[in-house]
Design a protein around this ligand. Structure first.
Ligand code: ATP
Ligand code: MG
Length: 652
């Protein structure tokens, strides 16, 4: 047999320090894992106030201060040893764990790859203990003045494991991981006051004593306004409570999905598939629900000891858990839908606030109130009268063939008489025959396209056009008294949003979404220079972006029409535009570019199926705006086939 590395050398027992480093590799992957472990210890210690302080994404310093039960000197000394825990005693305990920690590994693992200081006090009369460990070796121990609770400070993480150190990512990335743990823990424990300070900047300050609903609001602001419904289920085997999104409001990412089992945030295929199963065909391909679900189950029914980072659990009867969730979630969604449908005597906004019990109520929009040198700027406005818009296409004159087409349309199109509301509704209903499964205007919030709500008051019935249907999921087919119209739906939506957004901008009333946990973006050096030069313009447009060290930026607010999932893409898109035109003195142009990038991304995606109601609303809003004929890119929004032309071509 050829000699390999393993056959050459004799078997030997590894030294303790190396064993610790290997074990630490499993527990401590990056600064965020230290934060996670220390947070869990503080929570297990019954803390109601936890303050996490980090420097440079935790690479230089992580410190966690809590007001939990603390430790006496003997326990403190033991706590930093491997396999030392107060949380389990024997094997039986391993299968009924009620705490987040149980292995007695974390502190020893962290202390073996850092400079580690523990200050802890169980009883102020007996004084506090200080222990300092460097790379796993005890350096100092003594008495110190410190109030009840514990403070652990970890500096120079991985200083003695260079290979690990090399794998650390940028400050922004590491900080994002840390934030994510804070978000998870704070959702699982809304009664606890959490703070996160980074490089002396307070990033999170979540007051304690809250319910889950308020915590979601603290963290995500307006993001989930009007999209979540309460769910609650109680039976002996399994209880759960929390919030799930209405089926009509799916997301394109799984990012906002939180499962807590006995207050531990976990990944669980059984729960996950159960929830998706409950949504069933409500969800299309690539669509994902938002959920914050708290499950309670007898601890003997789960095994939490299946993953080194304790992020997974196994259910003894996962099939049962799955079945309960599929049944109950699907029932809750159907109940929610029928409650919405039958509550029609109320207006939509009333319904969404009062009739659907438990729907999260979040505060009203903040208006952007910025005084600046740009306040006198002009933007294309929403036109009120049709004639105006035809005379004055808002984004530059239409050229050549297009303008000819448009003016023909304008000249041939007589104004239709405005029919009474009832009759208009009937027209609308007769059009609905073309699309058997379509919704009526009254249950719109269930089916509404995101962003349409921004054009308020929401007109539902176009007055001069009747929707006939949709062609290739791209064009709205409609008729007016002059003939047949094909309107490009995406370009139309983009145009509506643009005009709405710029009008709000001009009035300094841009509605905002703000985040408690800033979104961090890492840019190239060139990108960061460009962005830095445009921070003021961005702020006018509703983006609060601030430099975050190096070429990282923190985004704290975005305009409400912007989808959260696309923030990074939009900021990068804006930078591309800025780069394209080089340094420009014209602030107006820069703002126009920002508005275009935002609305292009906020508009409905290509090839989206629309209901007759939705198409009706788009056209009604278009009319409301004065029926502009040009898209944002100065090409026609629609083509018209006049009745005369059709007849001529058909040789009638
Ligand atoms: N912030 C704290 N307040 C009070 N006691 C603490 C704190 N942190 C740790 N301890 C004590 O130190 C012990 C060891 O902590 P450590 O995190 O190493 O292990 P564990 O939490 O028991 O298990 P695991 O390795 O799964 O986290 C704990 O069992 C607990 O008794
Ligand atoms: Mg622990």
């Amino acid at each position: 047999m050829p000699e390999t590395a393993s056959t050459k050398k004799s078997v030997r027992i590894l030294p303790e320090s190396l064993i610790n480093k290997i074990a630490a590799g499993e527990v401590v992957e990056r600064p965020a894992s230290v934060v996670k472990e220390l947070l869990e210890n503080s929570i297990d210690a019954g803390a109601t106030d936890i303050h996490v302080t980090v420097k440079n994404g935790g690479k230089d310093l992580i410190s966690i201060l809590d007001n939990g039960c603390g430790m006496n000197e003997t326990d403190a000394q033991l706590a930093v040893e491997r396999h030392a825990t107060s949380k389990i005693i024997d094997e039986n305990d391993l299968f009924r764990i009620q705490t987040l920690g149980f292995r007695g590994e974390a502190l020893a693992a962290i202390a073996s790859v850092s400079h580690f200081e523990l200050l802890t006090c169980e009883d102020e009369n007996s004084g506090a203990t200080r222990i300092f460990i460097k790379g796993g070796y005890l350096e100092q121990m003594g008495k110190i003045g410190f109030p009840q609770g514990t403070k652990i400070t970890v500096e120079r993480l991985f200083y003695n494991t260079p290979a690990r150190l090399k794998f650390l990512k940028t400050t922004a990335t590491e900080l994002q991981h840390i934030q994510q743990h804070l978000v998870q823990k704070s959702l699982a424990h809304p009664h606890i006051h959490f703070r996160l300070t980074h490089n002396r900047q307070l990033l999170l300050n979540l007051s304690g004593g809250q319910q889950l609903q308020t915590r979601i609001q603290q963290l995500f602001g307006e993001e989930f306004k009007e999209i979540l419904m309460t769910v609650k289920h109680e039976e002996t085997y399994l209880q759960y409570s929390g919030f799930i999104s209405f089926p009509s409001k799916p997301r394109t990412s799984r990012r906002w999905q939180y499962i807590f089992v006995n207050d531990r945030n976990v990944k669980s295929p059984a729960v996950n598939h159960g929830i998706y199963g409950g949504y069933g065909t409500f969800l299309g391909k690539g669509q994902h629900p938002v959920f914050f679900l708290n499950l309670k189950i007898d601890p003997t029914e789960i095994d939490v000891n299946v993953h080194p980072a304790k992020t997974e659990i196994r259910f003894r009867n996962s099939q049962l858990v799955h079945t309960i969730l599929v049944d109950q979630i699907s029932r809750a969604l159907k109940d929610g839908a029928s409650r919405r449908f039958f509550g029609r005597e109320h207006s939509h906004s009333q319904m969404s606030r009062t009739e659907i019990s438990g729907q999260i109520e979040l505060p009203m929009e903040e208006a952007l109130t910025l005084e600046s040198q740009y306040s006198g700027m002009t933007f294309p406005k929403r036109k009120k009268r049709a004639t105006e818009s035809r005379e004055l296409p808002p984004r530059g004159a239409l050229k050549g063939k297009h303008s000819a087409e448009l003016s023909t349309f304008a000249a041939e199109k007589p104004l239709t008489e405005i029919s009474p509301v009832e009759q208009r509704r009937q027209n609308y209903a007769s059009a609905a025959i073309l699309e058997a499964s379509d919704s009526t205007p009254d249950n719109l919030p269930e089916h509404g396209i995101r962003n349409l709500r921004f054009l308020s008051p929401l007109p539902q019935i176009p007055q001069e056009i009747r929707v006939l249907g949709q062609f290739r999921k791209t064009y709205i087919m409609a008729e007016n008294d002059a003939g047949l119209l094909m309107i490009e739906q995406r370009a139309l939506h983009e145009r509506l949003l643009y005009d709405f957004y710029t009008e709000a901008l001009q009035k300094k009333e841009v509605a905002l979404k703000s985040f408690q946990a800033s979104l961090l973006i890492e840019l190239s050096p060139q990108g960061s220079v460009l962005l830095e030069q445009s921070l003021e313009h961005l702020e006018l447009c509703g983006f609060a972006v601030s430099p975050f060290g190096g070429s990282s930026f923190a985004v704290n607010t975005i305009p409400e029409i912007q989808h959260v999932e696309q923030v990074e893409k939009v900021i990068r898109g804006i930078i591309d535009r800025l780069a394209l035109f080089g340094k420009r003195s014209q602030a107006e142009e820069i703002i126009r570019d920002i508005c275009e990038v935002v609305t292009t991304n906020a508009a409905l995606p290509a090839g989206q199926e629309l209901s007759l109601t939705e198409m009706g609303i788009l056209l009604a809003q278009w009319e409301e705006m004065g029926s502009p004929m040009a898209s944002l890119k100065d090409v026609p929004l629609l083509v018209e086939f006049s009745t005369q032309e059709l007849e001529r071509r058909l040789k009638r």
